[in-house]
Design a protein around this ligand. Structure first.
Ligand SMILES: Cc1cc2nc3c(=O)[nH]c(=O)nc-3n(C[C@H](O)[C@H](O)[C@H](O)COP(=O)(O)OP(=O)(O)OC[C@H]3O[C@@H](n4cnc5c(N)ncnc54)[C@H](O)[C@@H]3O)c2cc1C
Length: 452
């Protein structure tokens, strides 16, 4: 075995959770390797063009001032994005430029001393007893083996944990179907002036919505995939971001299904994009500027951890002594079988049932135990595949929350290296104490109200 292939910690997957985990672990002195299949970090935010950031949002009930429930590495990223002019617009205060984000992640990882290996796919796990001894990586160099004391599975799909025999469930309980997939796209050269004048994204969408509904009802447009126009502002002139395509009854764990989803998603992107150009005044000079290089996958595996987060925890605003992240993002299920989302009230487009998130001003916490399992003690799963039901995962999965959970896991795993033990032995109560902002009121820094 090559000496340079030995690390204290290997983080598999460079999405929001993996980046934050690797930075936190390396800053605590652990020799950390991050392995990512693409040539950049960001996961869904960069490869699938997912935008804007959610999970941090907090609105002070008394002053109506926007704030954040999440600080740490996430806030560092946001501050750097803001300084470099790639964060926030008046219509979408947490929208970001993903090209800048790739660069900022590279810089933060490098400054923290993380070894990064792009273009490398984790394809196997070798176990000694119940522990992972090494992982196999496929790349242009063939198959290589990398060893570590502890592994952080941030693949989004719990690939490493699953290969190590950690039990998991897929999708919803009744039939195993997962949330719909989406191929995100951007429209360029959009006349955004009227939209910006409305002052918020719901009002901006409402300008386009009647055109969409009329075209559907008159049969001029056949678009049975979404029942309302769903776009966000983007922090660059004349560009809008569309989360509008929908591919149902496909699995993110099947290459055949993923292929089908890519092709169908691109078809839907051109269908709706060309209709917008032909039929609405704001888009008459527009064009499809970019289509995500991979279909957006919202859900695959959920590990069976030491604690499984439920929808009751989300709705009640449950707190835990080992809570390591907090959020008030709602149960946001993109219908696994159709156009109308589960949480939407039929006939009230865009309306959300009020009890699908914690009470106003409140938040729920994510317990450290939901990242751990009792089958393989040296792997932790702090990504969207953590232990949660289909419903609860639909709230936790968003990207600011993923930064927070990943950071907590990085802290925990670095401590397990220091103690020469497995991450399963680390106390969640101790991890919580390492994240001081969790015991404070939400952050009302002006950054959450300012626009690029
Ligand atoms: C269409 C869509 C819209 C969404 N909208 C929003 C939104 O508006 N706001 C929001 O905050 N969140 C949104 N989300 C949710 C959010 O994007 C994801 O849940 C979040 O990115 C998950 O973070 P993660 O770190 O767990 O995984 P990911 O972001 O999926 O990152 C996983 C990383 O691991 C890498 N990887 C996977 N397997 C391997 C392997 N075997 N070997 C090597 N590398 C591997 C991947 O390339 C990727 O970089 C949306 C998701 C989708 C799909």
């Amino acid at each position: 075995m090559l000496k340079e292939n030995k690390y204290d910690i290997i983080v598999c997957g460079g999405g929001p959770s993996g980046v934050a985990a690797a930075i936190a672990a390396a800053r605590r002195g652990a020799k950390t390797l991050l392995i990512e299949r693409y040539g950049f970090c960001g996961g869904m935010s960069t490869s699938a063009l997912v935008n804007p950031w959610s999970g941090q949002e907090y609105v002070d009930p008394e002053t109506n001032k926007r704030g954040s429930l999440i600080e740490g590495v996430f806030k560092e990223v946001v501050l750097k994005m803001h300084t470099n002019g790639g964060f926030g617009t008046s219509l979408a205060p947490s929208a970001f430029d993903e090209e800048l984000l790739k660069y900022i992640y590279d810089t933060l990882l490098s400054d923290a001393g993380v070894h990064v290996r792009y273009h490398s796919y984790v394809q196997s796990v070798q176990k000694e007893g119940d522990r992972i001894a090494s992982i196999g990586i496929a790349s242009k160099e063939g198959i290589e083996v990398f060893c570590a004391q502890n592994f952080i599975d941030c693949t989004g799909d719990a690939d490493v944990a699953a290969m190590a025999g950690v039990p998991f469930e897929v999708g919803r309980q009744e039939d195993g179907l997962t949330q719909a997939m989406t191929v995100s796209f951007r429209m360029g050269n959009v006349d955004k002036e009227d939209m910006i004048a409305t002052g918020n994204f719901r009002a901006a969408r409402a300008l386009v919505e009647p055109y969409f509904q009329k075209a559907l009802s008159k049969g001029e447009l056949h678009y049975p995939y979404r029942n309302f126009i769903h776009f966000y502002d983007y922090p660059r002139p004349n560009i809008l971001h569309f989360n509008m395509t929908r591919i149902t009854e496909v699995s993110g764990l099947s290459a055949i299904d993923l292929t089908k989803a890519e092709i169908e998603g691109r078809r839907q992107a051109f269908l709706i994009g060309n209709w917008l150009i032909k039929s609405t005044p704001w888009f008459k000079n527009a064009y499809i500027e970019k289509i995500a290089c991979q279909v957006g996958v919202r859900e695959t595996r959920h590990i069976k951890g030491l604690y499984t987060i439920t929808s009751e925890d989300i709705i009640k605003g449950q707190k835990f002594t080992d809570g390591i992240a907090r959020s008030r993002y709602f149960i946001d299920i993109h219908n696994p079988t159709g156009a109308i989302d589960i949480q939407q009230i039929p006939g009230e487009k865009g309306a959300v049932k009020p009890n699908f998130g914690p009470p106003p001003g409140d938040y729920y916490e994510i317990p450290f135990r939901s990242l751990l399992n009792n089958v393989c003690p040296n792997v932790i799963v702090p990504c969207r595949a953590l232990s949660a039901t289909h419903e609860a995962a639909a709230a936790i999965r968003v990207m600011a929350t993923m930064h927070a959970i990943g950071e907590a896991a990085g802290i925990a795993v670095a401590e397990s290296v220091r103690q020469n033990t497995d991450v399963l032995s680390i106390s969640g109560e101790w991890v919580r104490k390492q994240i001081p902002y969790l015991s404070k009121s939400p952050d009302l820094d002006k950054i959450w109200n300012s626009n690029a």
